[in-house]
Design a binder for this molecule. Structure first.
Ligand code: ZN
Length: 456
């Protein structure tokens, strides 16, 4: 069946527990999707729908598909290295390996990384790719191809670094690009790939890497470019105390103050991590609508700290989740990050710091808000795109009376179905768009190729 006919068809999901994120949960209900959009949902028996596939979701929880708002797909090829290092040690160790990336490695790593995300309930993913070695193929195009094949909605960020060690930055000079070349390549990438349509499968964001790897000029000019093109802005921010120290020494202010000075606070911006925020930073995020992508596993793996998610939510600031690159959060899934986010907030702030429903909300609608897609995805409402996860919460999980608790408190349940724009991407816990074995092999081959390159 072709993609077009499959997303055009009708599907009726019935006998399900619906957690739509917006509106009341429905204990025994149905959801109808047609032409890639949700057309109806309600309690009881579904109305007769001619020619529809009927999915009996008895024992299943239906939620919006999860939305991943921070990733570095290429890192699938460098998992498990520098296992006990701080962020700056880890980066310094890996930059030279990453300088040998090429299009084939990027394609294999992205295929495996996106397949992994799909099989754990993500229907949308962003990616932050910021290393573009010269003469090694079109790395951006490689990950765009991988996303189209796996079938996820994709928000790749054209990342960049222009501040090497000789300019006081952290990365070696060989992995950075020239400022003007970055800006023109980023503009070309937006013109070539960005699709602003409601049902867009591909939107591009502008994403200089971090305050410690990017010049002030590139930060400022990136914001101008993104606003001129009507696309969003993304960068790493306030990930570690080392970064705050670096910022204080180099530019005389904290990371969030620096971003404000450069015109980088706003409702078209989302920051990865935002771990070390001061009270006034949280107020500025809320006042300006600046979002953050909470990446709990990565932050814990690198010993960076725990973001102030419950404080951000209480202040009314947008928060989404991210798995972050697999080199700092090996084999991390979006459903797993929901659980980590909830547990980490509770470990620090007590058992009411983040509820299961709040965790589900940041993993779906919160992520959609980060990507500027909250009108299209992130909740189950008529008119929204049919990006839907159908989780099996029967079997051992049937002992939990609350299916949302089973999803968030427990380990990730199997997926009965994952739909992206009405198209089946996962069925009975198995990827249907590409062969899962082939995707796994592509990821392993990417690693072998990258590390073999290094030995050369
Ligand atoms: Zn990152």
């Amino acid at each position: 069946m072709t993609e077009r006919t499959e997303s055009a068809r009708r599907i009726v999901i019935e006998n399900a527990y619906l957690a739509p994120v917006v509106g009341e949960e429905i204990e025994n209900g149905y959801l109808i999707a047609e032409n890639g959009r949700i057309t109806a949902l309600g309690a009881g028996t579904a109305p007769r729908t001619e020619g529809a596939e009927r999915l009996d979701a008895t024992g299943c929880l239906v939620t919006p598909g999860l939305v991943n708002t921070h990733h570095h797909l290429y890192q699938w090829a460098t998992q498990g290295l520098y296992q006990d290092s701080t962020l700056f040690e880890w980066l310094t160790g890996l930059y030279r390996t990453w300088s040998r990336l090429d299009a084939e490695i990027t394609y294999g790593a992205a295929t495996a990384g996106l397949a992994w995300l799909a099989t754990s309930g993500a229907t949308t993913s962003s990616d932050h790719h910021y290393i573009f070695p010269k003469g090694r193929g079109d790395l951006f195009d490689a990950e765009v191809r991988a996303a189209a094949e796996v079938g996820l909605r994709f928000h790749p960020c054209r990342g960049s670094m222009d501040r090497g060690q000789s300019d006081g930055g952290l990365p070696p000079d060989e992995v950075v690009e020239k400022t003007d070349e970055i800006l023109s390549a980023t503009a070309e990438t937006i013109d070539r790939y960005h699709d602003p349509a409601f049902d867009s499968m591909l939107r591009v964001a502008v994403a200089p890497c971090s305050p410690f790897s990017v010049t002030e000029t590139l930060m400022r000019e990136s914001a101008v470019l993104a606003r001129d093109k009507g696309v969003r802005l993304h960068t790493h921010l306030a990930e570690t105390l080392d970064e705050e120290q670096h910022c204080l020494e180099q530019v005389g202010c904290t990371p969030v103050e620096y971003m404000e000075k450069l015109g980088w606070l706003g409702d078209d911006v989302w920051f990865a991590h935002a771990v070390h925020l001061h009270d006034k930073d949280i107020r500025r995020f809320a006042d300006t609508g600046s979002g953050s992508a909470h990446c709990p596993s990565s932050n814990a793996r690198l010993g960076a700290g725990i973001a102030r998610v419950s404080d951000l939510l209480a202040a009314g600031a947008p928060v989404g989740l991210g798995v972050d690159g697999a080199a700092s959060s090996e084999l991390t899934s979006m459903a797993g990050e929901m659980r980590q986010a909830m547990l980490f907030q509770r470990a620090v702030h007590g058992p009411q710091a983040l509820t299961a429903r709040q965790a589900l909300r940041i993993a779906t609608l919160g992520g959609a808000r980060n990507l500027g897609r909250h009108k299209e995805i992130g909740s189950l409402e008529p008119g929204k795109l049919a990006d839907i996860a159908v989780w099996r919460v029967d079997g051992f999980r049937a002992a939990l009376a609350d299916p949302v608790c089973a999803l968030v408190f427990g380990p990730t349940p199997p997926l009965a179905r994952l739909l992206v724009g009405g198209r089946t991407v996962v069925e009975n816990d198995e990827l249907r768009t590409v062969s899962p074995d082939a995707a796994a092999r592509a990821g392993a081959a990417a690693r072998r190729r990258l590390l073999a390159e290094e030995d050369r």
